[in-house]
Design a protein around this ligand. Sequence first.
Ligand code: C5P
Length: 246
Amino acid sequence: MSLTEAQAKEKVIVALDVPTRAEALDLVERLYNEVGAFKIGMQLYNAEGPDIVRDIQARGGKVFVDLKFHDIPNTVAEATRVITRRRAAIMTLHAGGGLKMLSAAAASARETAEAMGVEKPLVVAVTVLTSISQQEFEEEIGIKRPIAEQVITWAKMAQQAGLDGVVASPKEIADIRKACGNDFAIITPGIRPLWAAANDQSRIMTPKEAVEAGATYLVIGRPITAQENQVEAARKIVAEIMEANI
Ligand code: C5P
């Protein structure tokens, strides 16, 4: 089976890794018709403030608010309420905050969305950051087991807590899909079409490979944003996703 153009577009999330509101909104205006959502991270959110979410939405874009919350359960639940009220489509927290923190966030998003009569954001967990090496994981963080195993443990814990999915590197997709089933979102960065530069990403997959491995959404930055013709780059990626055999 293959995806329709609308389904393929829905899978593409553009990472707005730019420092200013003007640059971010310029990208949104060009691309809102070509992709499913836009990811804002802590750089843009902290530089421009929460109104950036509203500004993107006003231009027709769905927003993935990637702030990776990690605090005591009550604080994370209240912050999740705020992000839900802002009508984010997706938001993130650290699985390392534990089951109680994840459960509190999941409940808060559900209750807030229900009370407002709006769609709940997908609340997803970040497991082990891909910047962490096995040695750092054991010696600095103090967890003495293979990262790949911990990723699965935390993905299952996120699911048990009522979260909607996880962020994972392309190589982790297949194992998480096996452990957590089909009704669990897997959002993956590290995507590089064959025609794009790898930049600083090392464990990469093409859009087609990632979708075939079981990714629900692809977070794509420079292969779209650093191209001269960003609309054309997005369209090429959507066409590649439509070729995936799933
Ligand atoms: O430009 P590029 O496609 O590499 O952007 C990928 C995006 O995904 C960036 O916003 C980056 O911070 C994010 N990301 C990542 N690897 C992770 C987690 C997030 O590349 N493990």
